[in-house]
Design a protein around this ligand. Structure first.
Ligand SMILES: *[C@@H]1O[C@H](CO)[C@@H](O)[C@H](O)[C@H]1NC(C)=O
Ligand SMILES: *[C@@H]1O[C@H](CO)[C@@H](O)[C@H](O)[C@H]1NC(C)=O
Length: 405
């Protein structure tokens, strides 16, 4: 891993659009039959032009998730007063870029306004407030979201229900009622249960399986289970463990997605930790690739610069596939390889490609039949295919990037 000097970095940021060359993570994921490879983002970082340039790169990201701006405290800070400004910024960005949006989230124990957590509730009044929130928010974003995380993190580590305001006031019925309310507001959006530490077998995964069964037992629709994937370098569950756990969910008739993937390490990062991180990312993504009904992978932001990890886990970080200077880490190649893409040497002579280990890439199998859906088909310096596969049109985005849509 070659570190960029600050002078080179300044030049590199100026040349950042050249980083979008080549077939990236999303292109490779789609070529593997997945719906997307995506990333979380958040409103404050959208003032960083270099950051947004890469966020906009649909060759890597065919999907985005708002990290915070659709949460309850942002959207309904006062009862029955809805504020969609921040969430709309990200929904509109996704729409303008042709990226899918995973909408996140409707019912959670955290990031709730005090009128919810400190209110005096009966079963009936809290159910009414919950349904009002869900109906308003799902209706507002109707047509924008591929999926909603309807209920987030309802379980304790031992698989029992978390003692949230929802559970203690309404009981487990809050789950099917939340899903039924969301389905009524938008019958077409995919409805997910989303949690962490349910990616490998154990009490908590059993709890998540039981949630799917509970919702189905009410005759209510649940479409998917979101496996967050907040992992630790060197103790990430194995590919086979993740694949067999995914199979347990899909056997219930739901799809799965990896929804918040990041793999943190104890700082400082070393070459050995970065190599292990590459292995861990690769195995996790490969588990999704191997699972027919795993629809896609979302990383919980793409750069260490804006990762939630250092502020949440003291002494830990470097969890994302790009470092804080927007240079691809070995993890990027690990993901791309797991997606069936091939890392090849860059043919450009820009400061970026000649001084960093960043390489442009081509996903296998796209050239014979034209560039696949979502693939790059033009832009300044682009030397790859310019003709799209049958049914897709090479669409100009800017001088640096055209895409088969
Ligand atoms: C990112 O994409 C949006 C929507 O397509 C566009 O308006 C914006 O100018 C792009 N920003 C950068 C920095 O490329
Ligand atoms: C609250 O009301 C719902 C809807 O009638 C019901 O399913 C649930 O069991 C009730 N919860 C409690 C704790 O009584």
């Amino acid at each position: 891993m070659v570190r960029l000097s600050s002078e080179i970095l300044a030049l590199a940021v100026g040349l950042l659009p050249q980083l979008v060359q080549g077939a990236g993570l999303n292109t490779a994921a789609v070529a593997k039959g997945k719906l997307y490879f995506g990333t979380a983002t958040d409103n404050p970082e959208l003032t960083d032009t270099a950051y947004v340039t890469q966020l906009n790169n649909t060759d890597d990201f065919g999907q985005i998730t708002p990290g915070n701006s659709q949460k309850w405290d942002t959207i309904e800070p006062t009862q029955n007063t809805f504020s969609y400004t921040k969430g709309d910024v990200i929904a509109n960005l996704a729409k303008a870029n042709g990226q899918k949006l995973r909408c996140h989230n409707l019912v959670w124990h955290s990031q709730l306004p005090s009128w919810v957590t400190s209110g005096t509730w009966t079963n009936a009044t809290l159910l009414a407030a919950m349904k009002n929130h869900i109906t308003n928010v799902v209706t507002h974003y109707k047509g924008d979201c591929y999926a909603w995380d309807v209920v987030n993190e309802a379980l304790n580590e031992d698989g029992s229900y978390r003692e949230s305001i929802w559970y203690t006031t309404i009981g487990p019925a809050y789950l099917p009622i939340a899903f039924a309310t969301a389905a009524a507001a938008d019958p077409n959006v995919k409805l997910y249960y989303n949690d962490y530490n349910i990616e490998y077998s154990g009490s908590k995964a059993t709890g998540a399986l039981n949630i799917v069964k509970l919702i189905q037992s009410y005759g209510v629709k649940i479409d998917g289970v979101g496996l967050q994937g907040h992992f630790i370098v060197g103790s990430t569950p194995s590919q086979s463990s993740q694949a067999s756990t995914m199979a347990a969910y899909t056997a219930l008739g739901v799809e799965v997605a990896i929804t918040e993937l990041d793999i943190r390490m104890t700082l400082p990062s070393t070459d050995a930790l970065l190599a292990q991180q590459k292995t861990d990312y690769s195995g996790t993504v490969a588990a999704c690739v191997a699972t027919k009904n795993c629809v896609g992978v979302t990383i919980w932001d793409w750069t260490d610069k804006y990762s939630w990890v250092p502020s949440t886990f003291s002494g830990q970080g470097a969890a994302c596939p790009w470092d804080e200077n927007y240079v691809k880490k070995p993890a990027y190649t690990g993901i791309l390889t797991a997606l069936g893409g091939t890392a090849t040497s860059s043919t450009t002579t820009s400061a970026v490609s000649s001084t960093s280990s960043t390489s442009t890439t081509t996903s296998s199998g796209s050239s014979a039949t034209g560039v696949a859906h979502w693939g790059q088909c033009g832009g300044s310096g682009w030397t790859g295919g310019k003709t799209c596969a049958s049914g897709y049109t090479c669409t100009y985005f800017n001088d640096y990037y055209s895409q088969c849509l």
